[in-house]
Design a protein around this ligand. Structure first.
Ligand code: AMP
Length: 212
């Protein structure tokens, strides 16, 4: 079973965690996007929730960034608190053997607890744009070491009015970063964000029938 994941370039330790999670084979979005993402290519993918997109970009992040860093080297922006928790939980499970630490950052919950955890250090942040910006303004989140950025459910973030926060956050990360964008729909606004924040992105898409 593990070989089906390692065949598409997923590292052994991440494939082993997937096996523990009961996953038997990669989903279509994982097959299409993981090999490209692991090469460091910018990508925008049309994929809805339920297709295994978190596992897709999670594998790329874990395959490309070091673990046990003090300052985050990957950031995932998501539209809601629920998704921040969901993404962080899944990345923690996938990191069972690689040792990466992922923290959720979102509004509507005590900021002090999140600040304390951030100060202890982490490798990946999964956060909502408003709270991420707040953490940067308070000087507790430093994006200068970011190597990878994921915009998850980009269309929903735009619908929720996060455009300006997203643009500000993107501008605070190094231009050398790899950027991945996942969205259920690829509207003109989503394509515009991709054009402004990505370098020669490759486009991949999976149909609605591919929900796990
Ligand atoms: P997502 O599209 O990221 O919201 O994922 C939907 C659900 O599919 C989540 O519960 C994942 O844990 C699960 N999942 C992701 N990849 C796989 C896979 N290769 N095999 C089985 N389940 C998976």
């Amino acid at each position: 079973m593990i070989s089906k994941f390692t065949d598409i370039g997923i590292p052994d330790d991440v494939a082993k965690a997937m096996d523990d999670m009961g996953w038997e084979e990669p989903t279509p979005i994982q097959v299409q996007s993981v090999p490209l993402g692991l090469k460091g290519i910018d990508m925008f993918a049309q994929a809805q929730t339920g297709t295994g997109k978190t596992g897709a970009y999670g594998s790329i992040i874990l395959g490309r960034i070091p673990s046990k860093q003090k300052v985050p080297t990957a950031i995932v922006l998501v539209p809601t608190r629920e998704l921040a928790n969901q993404v962080s939980d899944e990345l923690e499970k996938l990191s069972k053997y690689s040792g990466h630490v992922c923290l959720p950052i979102y509004g509507g919950a005590s900021i002090e607890g999140q600040i304390k955890k951030l100060q202890k250090g982490c490798d990946i942040v999964a956060g909502t744009p408003g709270r991420v910006r707040d953490m940067i303004a308070r000087g507790v989140l430093n994006l200068s070491e970011i190597q990878m950025m994921v915009l998850d459910e980009a269309d929903r973030m735009l619908d929720m009015g996060f455009m300006e926060d997203m643009e500000t956050i993107i501008s605070l990360t190094p231009t050398t970063r790899q950027t991945l964008l996942y969205s259920a729909t690829l509207s003109k606004e989503v394509r515009d964000i991709a054009k402004r924040s990505m370098r020669e992105p490759v486009e991949v898409s999976v149909s609605h029938d591919n929900v796990v």
